[in-house]
Design a protein around this ligand. Sequence first.
Ligand code: ZN
Length: 115
Amino acid sequence: MANPYHHSLSSVRKHGGKVEDYLPIHNWFDESKMMMADFRHRALRHHAEGIFMCEKIFGQTITNSDNKKIPTRFIGEQHVKEDLGFIPSMQDWFKHIKAEKWMALTPREINGPDL
Ligand SMILES: [Zn+2]
């Protein structure tokens, strides 16, 4: 599943309501496509921490147009599982980042010595 609209249709099948009830959450998960056009964009929000971040942004529940409260985390879990088949941790993504020297450089002349 690749498009927020299709994720939203899936949410409607699971929880009722309308596509528009769920689009803001599914759009939020996939906004990182603005930065990276291929599947690697998912490293930013498609993990357990991203699902909790979603809950902080959208609240613990949303009320759909059937006036039914849906836990936001359920919607986030659905999105990530539909894209990846499971919910990875952020560490699952990070362990595949190849370390580069520039990532560890600290400009000591600006910040002073580490304490
Ligand atoms: Zn996605």
